[in-house]
Ligand binder design. Sequence first.
Ligand SMILES: [Zn+2]
Length: 283
Amino acid sequence: MSFRNTLARAVTISGTALHAGVPVTMTLSPAPAGQGVIFRRSDKNAEIPARYDLVSQTRLGTVIEKDGITVGVIEHLMAAVAGAGLDDLTVSLDGPEPPILDGDALSYLVSIEKAGLKAQTLPRKAIRILREVLVSEGDAQAALHPAQNLSYDFLLEYDTPAIGRQNFHFDYSPENFRNLIAPARTFGFLKDLDALNAMNLAKGASLENTLALDETGVINKQRQRFADEFVRHKILDAIGDMALAGAPLIARFQGVKSGHGLNNRLLRALFSDPGNYELVMLP
Ligand SMILES: [Zn+2]
């Protein structure tokens, strides 16, 4: 039987919020067994559990909200948390989003590894998918299929030469996550930047934390780590969004051009019918 994990000690990370553009200091701390992941806005004296049913916005990042207080762009940190196999964690931050750091999950993972994991006394349960759950919108779709092990398939298609059509299959293990998915950076189109900034979005985006695209390709190519980094990052986002299920999944995730909105609808569809899943002890 495997047991739930928390951090062995607290670790503090500072940086810039991707959308708000403000400096943020964030501390990841050990938490009691069974707590799950809770975000604490120290500047607002508020706590928001990292749960799919508290997601209030999914435009350019996943936002959780409780009593009018939000934390945005939680998906990269949540991907690192799920990828590392962390179950119980308190995330304290003094701003509206975790710092974006390198725009990947690796920068969080390195801090988690530095702190180390500590096994709790409570057994670890997983959500095993019993039948296909599928949501779609236009030509985008997201699905969970019954499977023996957790894996992610994603098909990404962009009408721009640097991306084009990209496919990736990812068999989850902490090692595979660290090597294949965690380093994949977020990306954005330069032509959208002014409009986003006018809406108070992407104010912390930079050529350090985002692969920036124009019609000709990636502007900051020296920062690119994989040719198919874009589809890998979409899997990173999906892993972070699926982490809001509150327990590890045993399923095959399949995404076709999907994003945070569909990912959240997928979890809501999953939990809307108890016949879709069962809770099982992990070996
Ligand atoms: Zn992302």
